[in-house]
Structures are given as C-alpha cells and as structure tokens.
Write a protein that binds this ligand. Structure first.
Ligand code: SAM
Length: 258
C-alpha cells in the first residue's frame, strides 16, 4: 500500500491556526451522534484533537489513532493542558488492530478518508472499522466535494493566499498559501500548500511547502464500498445539517450501521 502522507514540521505545528478546518463547524454533528450511542468512541486520523478533545471534555471515553507522531504530540499537549487524558496511538486507519476492543462510535473527522487514494485502501479502512464496531455501533465518515474548484472552470490555480492569522502577543503572522490541480476524471485534487511564519513587519522567519493529493468519492461509490464492508444501514447527511445532502452540498456525511 502507498505510504501515508505525513503531517510534520510547520504544517503540523500551525495546523490549529492555519488549517481551514480550524474554523469548521462540524463538532455539534459528531457530538450529537456520539452522545446517542454508548461509548467508547474511536477517532481515526484524530490529528491534534480538534474533535477528540471536546468529546473527551464531555466525559466520553475516546481512543485516537493517527499516522503522524507530530499531530499526536500536539493532541497530547492539548489534552494535558485541559487536564484530560485519552488513549492515543500512532497507527494506520487502513490497517489497525485494537485487539478485542469494540466501539460504539467510530468516526473519521476532517475528511481524512480522502487521503486514501486507491479503492483497496478505502476498502481496507472500512473493513477495519467494521471489525472494531459493536453490533449496535455507528461509523461516521464525512467526505468533501470540491465544488469550488470544479465550478471554477480551470483545471489548476497557482499559489494564492488562503488564510492569514496574527499571533497576538508574539508579534508574528502566520500565512497559508494554496495552489491546486484538478483531475476531474480521476476524482483527485492535488494541493500545493505553503506555510509561512513572518514577523509583523513581513520578514520571513520560516516556511515550508508540501504537496497533498485528495480523492473525492461520489455517493454511489461510497454506498457500494460501505455495503461491501458489511454496512447495511446507511444514512446520508449534507453539510453536517442533519438533513439529506443537496446537489451542491460540499460535505456529504455517511452514518453507517451494520
Ligand atoms: C485533515 S487532518 C484531520 C485531523 C482531524 N481529524 C481534524 O478533523 O482536525 C488529517 C489527519 O489524518 C491523518 N492521517 C492521514 N492518513 C492517515 C492514515 N492512513 N492513518 C491514520 N491517520 C492518517 C493525518 O496525520 C492528519 O492528522
């Protein structure tokens, strides 16, 4: 199987400030479903704990798996800062084995499933989830449709500024720039990301460039893969709104039961 993409260096360090998910309003969706089924919860690709930490703060037992040590270290730091704890492990969502432990909820927040580019990687991940789910459990998998790029009409866009954040007190500015290439036929979006840390006067302190490819899955493909992995009861929601998706929904969330 392909090597996993590695979040490390500036990309990991600045994730909570610069990633577009930092301001994304999806937590109440996960919270509602996690509260509805007895735990424990497994957060696959938990990253720095954007969803994991507030779930733990609600008193839920959460296990977090991520392939990046750097992201897990940041998650651990946030947990201890909040006086909380959770079981965290470096692991691969395509191939993990937590022994006899079974979960009431397994979730893959932040569209991390789209980092699995090949069909067999998605199949492997869904099968692992199925094995670790209790009979009454639920799997929550959001996917993202890059309508912004598809409707743009171009098949690529050069690097441009996406986000800028002032670090109050530190006299620093953090800047995220992004360019992209779209392969509509192959359902792949390649992102060129540049992360910068600058002084308030604009002087560059550090920078990093990374390339990432994401695959988007159409609803009928996801339904087929979920069915093949043993999920027979699947509800589909649009944009974390507790309603079916619209034709232009950017987020399509699958809630799958056995
Ligand atoms: C876009 S971030 C999402 C992080 C977090 N879930 C959130 O919503 O903020 C993707 C995360 O998935 C992790 N990841 C990517 N491929 C993985 C894999 N095969 N197994 C486990 N984690 C993976 C990355 O290290 C990163 O932390």
């Amino acid at each position: 199987m392909a090597e996993t993409y590695h979040y490390e260096g500036l990309e990991a360090e600045l994730y909570d400030s610069l990633d577009e998910l930092a301001d994304f309003e999806d937590f109440s969706f996960y919270q509602w479903f996690a509260d509805a089924v007895a735990g424990p919860v497994l957060d696959l690709g938990c990253g720095t704990g954007r969803i994991l930490l507030p779930l733990v703060e609600r008193g839920l037992e959460v296990v977090g798996i991520d392939s990046s040590r750097a992201m897990l270290d940041l998650c651990e730091k946030r947990l201890s800062g909040a006086g909380k704890g959770a079981e965290l492990a470096v692991g691969d969502m395509r191939n993990f084995d937590l022994g006899a432990k079974r979960f009431g909820t397994i979730m893959v927040p932040g569209f991390s499933i789209q980092m699995l580019l090949e069909d067999e990687e998605l199949e492997a991940c869904l099968s692992c989830c199925r094995r670790h789910l209790r009979e009454d459990g639920q799997l929550i998998v959001p996917t993202h449709m890059p309508w912004e790029m598809i409707w743009d009409g171009r098949d690529s866009c050069p690097l441009e500024k996406r986000k800028e954040v002032e670090l109050s007190g530190a006299g620093e500015r953090l800047v995220a720039l992004q360019g992209w290439r779209l392969d509509a036929q192959g359902q792949r979006l390649s992102l060129s990301n540049r992360y910068e840390r600058r002084l308030a006067n604009g002087d560059l302190l550090a920078s990093e460039e990374k390339e990432m490819t994401l695959r988007w899955h159409l609803p009928h493909e996801m339904m087929q893969r979920l069915g093949e992995a043993g999920f027979s009861d699947v509800s589909v929601y649009g944009d974390f709104e507790f309603e079916p998706p619209e034709a232009d929904s950017e987020s399509i969330v699958y809630l799958a039961r056995i």
